[in-house]
Design a protein around this ligand. Structure first.
Ligand code: PLP
Length: 474
């Protein structure tokens, strides 16, 4: 990394305050780390020393004018946004606040169907009327990728009163698509586009990464700084660059949804993560990309899987051959002390960070051992997930307001066919609902869930094994 002092006004401000060794008669109760159990002090101590509250000179996230404002302005400049907000509730809170700001109860939003659950939750909280754009199935990767431009054009023609469009770019696996065409299509109707770019914060680094959503004209972009940049978990950015969206409404909902005591270590980690990205040189990037390429080549030596081509060179997806399931193979990696990001029935995703991988030799040895063990098992039934969506866009069976009033019951999944789901069915990760609350459950859904559970998938529905919540009337 470039050996220059990092330009981090928020982090520096916290360190300078801590260096004054202030006497704390305020919250938090750990009193700058002095009131804390000994057994955990060594681990938590350094962070607690900057875990302050809104003291004089330390600014306030909800009305920033000092060091938080300076740090946010630095981030906006780096990402080429008009304005950047620091988030301490992840991309989740950015999605929720933007959706609440985009529409009033009953108003329509056009939304990519294969979105993260935070988007579905935002729609419900807002009482929006979602028009879901169904994604196209990509038989090469055996996954649903993005909605088509034709699908969006049709949905806009049929619903010209829609207040905005909500898309996700890239997907979890680093796959991108012609986002600009979709954004231009929405802008022709003078409506804003929110892009959930949770997995694409590093696209701001430029070539060889794909263009970022902001570059492609998105109005609001939410990014998990903790996913691909080195910020702490829950730290995210929300950027605005728009003629169609006003910052005031978004700030209003962020103030409502975010804690009144946001964590300063989290906020400082956003300042540091931005400075880290800004400091990466061409040479740094070359080394990082060589390391990712080497890892890819090592993975590619196996006969048990293909290494997928993706637009993002830091995402390495293995597609299983010979009927192995992604879950089963991921478990073998974990037994070797190697933890991938996620597994599905068919894939395993490895995320190479923005640093060189120093333990490549250990990975190589583990790959050899996994290869030997895998030869023994084979020939599991494959799961066909294609053809789930018949139309290019669709609506829910009830409005969210109606759903609030309707009685529900819990039923075994195989008996719930043709009922309307009163809760989403969400395989996790990746957290994209297979059935949305308000969608009709089909025989295909039930069979898929059963097959996925058999393969080892986990669901965020606590009671999925015993039943699913549905509305009483079919
Ligand atoms: C596409 C997408 N959007 C949003 C989120 C939520 O992000 P966060 O964990 O930062 O709240 C995730 C989490 O995995 C995600 O995959």
């Amino acid at each position: 990394m470039k050996n220059t002092a990092y330009d981090v006004p928020l982090f520096r401000g916290l360190c300078e305050f801590s260096a004054m060794n202030p006497i704390s008669f305020h919250v938090p109760g750990h009193k700058n780390g002095t009131v804390f159990p000994d057994f955990a002090k060594a681990t938590f101590g350094p962070l607690l020393s900057i875990d302050f509250t809104e003291l004089t000179g330390l600014d306030d996230l909800h009305a920033p004018t000092e060091i938080i404002k300076e740090a946010q302005t630095r981030a906006a400049t780096f990402f080429h946004a008009d304005e950047t907000f620091f988030l301490v509730g992840g991309t989740t809170v950015g999605n929720l606040a933007t959706i609440l700001a985009m529409c009033r109860p009953g108003e329509k939003l056009i939304v990519q169907r294969n979105s993260h659950k935070s988007i579905a939750n935002g729609l419900e909280l807002a009482g929006a009327t979602p028009i879901f754009l169904n994604p196209m199935f990509d038989s090469q990767t055996d996954r649903y990728i993005a909605p088509s431009i034709e699908g969006l054009a049709k949905a806009l023609q049929a619903h010209p009163d829609a207040k905005g469009v909500v898309l996700t770019y890239p997907d979890y696996y680093g796959k991108t698509y012609a986002l600009k065409e979709l954004i231009d299509c929405a802008h022709a109707y003078q409506i804003p586009v929110l892009v959930d770019e949770a997995h694409g914060v590093h696209f701001a680094l430029g070539d060889p990464f794909p263009p970022s959503a902001l570059q492609l004209g998105a109005d609001v972009v939410v990014q998990s700084a903790h996913k691909m940049a080195p910020a702490m978990t829950m730290a995210s950015w929300l950027h605005i660059k728009s003629d169609f969206v006003t910052r005031d409404q978004i700030q209003y909902y962020l103030s409502m949804l975010q804690s009144s005591s946001p964590s300063y270590p989290l906020l400082a980690s956003l300042d540091i993560a931005r400075a880290f990205l800004a400091s990466l040189t061409k040479q740094d990037l070359t080394r990082i990309l060589q390391s990712a390429q080497q890892l890819k080549e090592d993975f590619a030596e196996s006969t048990h899987w293909f290494v997928e081509e993706t637009s993002d060179p830091l995402k390495i997806t293995l597609t299983m051959k010979q009927g192995h399931s992604g879950y089963e193979v991921a478990a073998l990696f974990e037994q070797e002390g190697i933890y991938p990001e996620l597994a599905s029935h068919k894939h395993i995703l490895f995320i190479h960070g923005l640093g060189e991988l120093m333990r490549l030799d250990e990975v190589k040895l583990a790959l050899k051992r996994i290869g030997q063990r895998l030869k023994i098992s084979s020939n599991h039934a494959t799961i066909d997930i294609s053809g789930l969506f018949q139309k290019s866009y669709a609506q829910l069976a009830y409005t969210y307001n109606e759903m609030r009033m309707l009685p529900t019951k819990r039923m075994r999944l195989e008996q719930s066919i043709d009922y309307i789901a009163a809760e989403a069915i969400i395989p996790y990760p990746p957290g994209i609902p297979l059935v949305l609350k308000g969608e009709r459950i089909t025989n295909r859904h039930a069979k898929l869930v059963e097959a996925l559970i058999k393969k080892g998938a986990t669901f965020q529905n606590q009671y999925i094994q015993t039943g699913i919540l549905v509305f009483e009337e079919k």
